[in-house]
Design a protein around this ligand. Structure first.
Ligand code: GLN
Length: 305
């Protein structure tokens, strides 16, 4: 496994030059574009790591998975999907287009419109502090904190998300206070994780929501099924279809450079590579996952061997 990860890293590095760090949140542009790391945690809790797997970076959109789990557990399926669909949008993560033109509801919880809607459900139900504690638990990482600099940087540059939030309010979808919902959404995006923490969350989801060692249930089984399915169809934004063909592992990316990948019943994979492709996915990360999927036979529709 260690050799496979080192090889994945070498393959990924070839693509870094073609990507760029996100800069629309100025603080993210300060990341080292050449950082790259991959961590695998297996169901027996064997941990393999190559490259920059202990570097802290912000979780960004991967927090949408955690917030959706919390919302499903607190509000239930019917309430969560009363004002939100579960279809891929085919548009950029921060698009307003279809929300205004084609649909009254956000397409899914993995794009910003959906995640701000989710934050709206949660703002009166759960404190940010409790959400942070839950993130530490499901990632099995007590070191997760909110990155104040990234939070402030995004808050100072969130006109687009604010526009989405007010559009949601105008359509009667976001019923909670707009600014409070936006604030909770951006706080969750600012959680600092590592490739290891993402692999930790990955193995919890891969094994049905229980702590792999203690067997303690961390995530409701039904919520696990729902988030993995939505990750498969919508987790990589408008790159989700091609990613499903090439990689075939339910995954979620963030513009901080992280990817969470959940290889069913086998392993959690966490990636850090802040150079992004045009769709906002880690450019090297996608190539590394494609390699891992082929080499370890992780595609969910892999041919029998
Ligand atoms: N905080 C980011 C935003 O709202 C998250 C987006 C992402 O990771 N794709 O724009």
């Amino acid at each position: 496994m260690q050799n496979v990860l080192e090889e994945a890293l070498a393959i990924g590095r070839r693509y870094i030059a073609q990507g760029e760090c996100a800069s629309y949140i100025p603080e993210l542009a300060r990341a080292d574009k050449n950082s790259l790391g991959v961590c695998v945690i297996t169901r027996s809790m064997d941990r393999y790591a190559a490259g920059d797997t202990k570097t802290r970076f912000t979780i960004q959109s991967i927090s949408k998975v955690i917030s959706l789990v919390i919302a499903l557990q607190h509000c239930g399926f019917d309430r969560v999907f009363e004002k939100m669909n579960m279809e891929p949008s085919g548009d950029a993560f921060n698009s307003l287009l279809k929300l205004d033109m084609a649909s009254d509801k956000p397409f899914n919880p993995m794009i910003n419109a959906g995640a701000i809607t989710t934050a709206g459900y949660l703002v009166s139900e759960v404190s940010f502090d409790d959400m942070l504690k839950y993130a530490r638990k499901v990632c099995m990482d007590d070191g997760i904190v909110m990155d104040q600099k990234v939070y402030e940087s995004e808050m100072a540059n969130c006109a687009r998300n604010r526009a989405i939030a007010y559009l949601l309010q105008s359509k009667g979808i976001l019923e909670s206070d707009v600014e409070k919902s936006l604030d909770l959404y951006i706080r969750m995006c600012s959680l600092s994780v590592t490739a290891e923490s993402l692999a930790g969350l990955g193995i919890v989801l891969a094994t049905g929501g229980r702590h792999p060692e203690t067997g303690v249930r961390l995530v409701d089984a039904e919520a696990v099924r729902i988030v993995k399915t939505i990750m498969l169809t919508c987790g990589m934004y408008d790159g989700s279809g091609e990613f499903a063909v090439r990689v075939g592992i339910p995954s979620k990316s963030g513009v901080g450079g992280g990817i969470l990948a959940v290889a069913e019943k086998r392993m959690g994979i966490g990636i850090y590579g802040p150079a992004l492709d045009a769709k906002g996915n880690s450019i090297a990360g996608c190539r590394m996952l494609e390699y891992l999927s082929k080499t370890l036979n992780l595609h969910m529709f892999a041919a029998e061997t």
